[in-house]
Design a protein around this ligand. Structure first.
Ligand code: SER
Length: 312
């Protein structure tokens, strides 16, 4: 039996955000009403772009949250693994010029780890912060906010830059495969739209699957060769939440084969835009192998199986 259903999780998230002063919005239509730049909403922030850009004030205030139905075609290459979907629900909270990193990070930690909310194992959580690139500086503020949160909970907040698994010989001697706080570049920790728009560095939160001992990364993965270690981390340290600190309007350009933030100008307000895939977090909390085992998708799988069986 699942220990938490999709509905229970959605309700918990929205209750938590309500307790932090957020107005709860309904999921907007999948087909955007006044945004000609996309065919479908690809993220919870999409219907909020005019407010994030400071073009008008949201009638519900500056702290917003919802569970938004999304179609994410840009992830289509990943679909077919155990956790990427084209159609999914994204739990999100937004600050439109209200709170920033110093609140957003501790609140994410509280929701994930406090037994009153999800009670996930703190020692299995690893995070990443933005290393900087192009016109955008390194995000030292997010790193400091994480250090504070981790230290308060007795977790060694060691930080370091990401290991280059594609070119292992490029790495400085002694660089670890993974730090509790790993600093990553634009490919991983920068978020923006495909055209000029609101953007910023992000911090991503990862969870080591329960099937591995809690200290497996330090004790075993550290001894693997880079190919094995890279594969292990890709498949077993799973991203669960993305907090984007949207403080710029800008573009991402490909410079020398690398995604690079350019032509940045500060937005009217410093915003927060978070996103957590509902199906994925339900899968993780129940210890399922894939999202298709969750109560959100399994009934559909059953129907398809039935059709298949009647054909034979
Ligand atoms: N916009 C970010 C994302 O889609 C956070 O919500 O991941």
């Amino acid at each position: 039996m699942p220990s938490i259903t999709g509905k229970e999780l959605r309700t918990k998230f929205l209750e938590f955000m309500k307790s932090k002063g957020h107005s709860i919005l309904p999921s907007a239509s999948l087909v955007p009403k006044e945004d000609p730049t996309v065919l479908f909403n690809t993220a919870g922030m999409q219907p909020l772009v005019p407010y994030l850009m400071g073009l008008s004030e949201h009638p519900e205030g500056s702290r917003l949250a919802n569970s938004q139905k999304c179609v994410r075609t840009n992830d289509v290459e990943e679909v077919g693994d155990n956790r990427h979907l084209t159609f999914f629900e994204m739990l999100g909270n937004w600050s439109i010029g209200d709170y920033f990193k110093g609140e957003s990070i501790p609140w994410s930690w509280e929701f994930l780890t406090d037994p009153q909310w999800l009670g996930m194992d703190k020692n299995r959580i690893y995070v990443t912060t933005y290393l900087g690139g192009g016109d955008a500086p390194e995000d030292l503020e997010a790193e400091m906010a994480w250090k504070k949160v981790l230290e308060q909970d007795g977790i060694e907040p060691e930080s370091g830059v990401e290991y280059d698994f594609k070119n292992p010989s490029n790495n400085p001697k002694g660089l670890k495969y993974r730090y509790r706080i790993t600093k990553m570049g634009t490919d991983d920790n920068w978020w923006g739209l495909s055209h000029r728009g609101p953007c910023g560095g992000d911090t991503e939160i990862f969870y080591l699957l329960d099937k591995w001992p809690v200290d497996y990364i330090e004790t075993e993965v550290s001894k693997m060769n880079p190919i094995e270690a890279g594969e292990f981390l890709e498949n077993n340290l799973v991203e669960i939440w993305n907090n984007v600190f949207m403080e710029y309007e800008g573009e991402t350009e490909n410079i020398d084969g690398k995604a690079t933030p350019v032509r940045l100008s500060p937005l009217k307000s410093k915003n927060v835009d978070t996103g957590m895939g509902l199906e994925r977090i339900v899968m993780m909390l129940n210890g399922f192998e894939d999202v298709y085992q969750t109560d959100l998708l399994n009934p559909l799988v059953q129907v398809v199986n039935k059709w298949e069986n009647t054909k034979n």
